[in-house]
Design a protein around this ligand. Sequence first.
Ligand code: ADP
Ligand code: MG
Length: 636
Amino acid sequence: MTDGTAEKHDGFIEFGDFGGLIENFSGELLVQQEPDASSFPSGGLRNTFEARGYTAWDISSPAFLVGTTLCIPTVFVSYTGQALDYKTPLLKALSLIDKAAVEVCRYFDRNVNKVIATLGWEQEYFLIDSALYHARPDLILTDRTLMGHQSSKDQQLDDHYFSSIPERVKAFMQDFENEAYKLGIPIKTRHNEVAPNQFECAPIYEEVNLSNDHNQMTMDIMKRVAMKHNFRVLLHEKPFAGINGSGKHSNWSLITDTGVNLLSPGKNPKRNLLFLTFLVNVIKSVYENQDLLRASILTASNSHRLGANEAPPTIMSVFLGSFLTNTLDEIAEKVTGKKMNPDLKTELKLGIGKIPEILLDNTDRNRTSPFAFTGNRFEFRAVGSSANCAAAMIALNTSVADQLLQFRSETDSLINKGIKKDEAIFQVLKSYIISSEKIRFEGDSYSDSWKKEAADRGLTNITGVPESLKHYLTGKAGEVLLRNGIFDENELKGRVEVEFEKFTKKIQIEARVLGDLAINHIVPTAIQYQNTLLENVRGLQKVYSKEEFVELAEARKELIREISDHISQIKKKVHDMIEARKKANRIQDIQEKAFAYDKEVKPYLENIRRHIDKLELTIDNEIWPLPKYRELLFTR
Ligand code: ADP
Ligand code: MG
């Protein structure tokens, strides 16, 4: 629940009969272990004095070797059996969607016995030269720059996106991909991303749990290998203000054990009705579970990215492309709810029979949508680059499963009333198409007009992390998780508590780091430069006549005043920020404290930074204490 992976190593040594050490390896050791691990966040699920936690072998993800170490993927649960990790609830959600999807598939094919959810993540990241990184305490401590004026050139020319990969970067990529292959991680693509020094890699998709393990390992490998090439990897969603941030687009689909991708159309009407059934259920589930999906991806770091520079907004919507939009609208129009006559049946069948088998080339790409259909899968684009995808995958798979279960029960009850199967399916689909219409959006999600329209449609738009997290505990978002047994009430409460605390602590650390840098790096530098200017003015006064001096010194005096103003403002605001923090720290309730940090402390970060960034433009480059954006972003 730290978002990263964790490991504990055990030797197989024991004392032998004659006092020496022997290595003894029994299968039992693999199945279950009892690491203390009391310092992990548990949200009150486990007190330090009863710190027992158990790891148990997750046999659905293959064991692997790192050098001579055998690694066993495990779940991590408390003594009382409650989940302390992301893997346990993820496995529950995957098993749930398996069952729910099989039930629905059986309307079409009795031979389906298992449905597997698939995930292909696209990992975006920045690479920064190690030496420059080490000269930026904010990067070291918070993974992002808390200050820094925009570089004169950044991504205006779009000349980094897909351009040729710099040599040192390519060497790094090849190196880490080789390390990944050794662990069975099928990395397939690499390219330059939009922002300078921003890159992306993606594997071939795999079953969700395995793919997620592989993403966790990839992030880890990247960090280690980068150091060998004198780089640092930044996985933060928004390391630099004013340019693109990093996401982890999560491509998702469902595949049957008979080899059918349920989100890909086929050759005949029956196959396409199966496809439409799943498509419509996914759309409906996103509509019904907007707040859950958002809560699963909106974190302190991702909140800087969402809605800023070319990143999806905090409004959930689904993009389908014009072809499917028309197909769904047609079904909604033609199916009447009355008994279908044979002509209409034929017409509908002909209509859906026309869905091209390969939609891939027929779907428009909409890069602005947070949740886009891309021909044979959905792409959840709002997931953050540093995130554990499991959070999003738990939310998505549970939502869709919940929806499929409901679909099955509604359709069954129509069938029980004597309505033919196909007709019943069409009727329920029609009602879903209509009731979830508002979540479909084909336009530019980055635009301000969409914000307004979404509000008119009644879609929710929540930008604050604590506000968004609250949905886990109140209302529909939490209910769907509890109802389906993904968490019990205590687990959910504990987990959300961890999230609130994580948010608070991240803002707290950023505020401290910024305060320190402002007061002991920036202000002294500003004063030093100001003294140089004062010296200069005094010199001018000595050399020139009074009239000449007044004219000559005007601009310099203005500059001195400007610097003074910024210094005073920085000092005052840092002081106020510390007071706001003290006040927030006195709040006992974890939720309220997070709200206080969000509303009362966080705004200072931007506020203080503005003055520092102005000073950066004014002060002698020679004495500026931190590497600037142009160096960080253009050193390769
Ligand atoms: P793009 O940038 O065009 O979206 P990429 O090649 O960067 O494409 O990434 C696409 C990702 O989607 C890859 O990881 C790919 O394996 C994955 N993908 C393809 N088909 C599926 C599927 N059916 N289910 C899940 N992921 C898929
Ligand atoms: Mg891509």
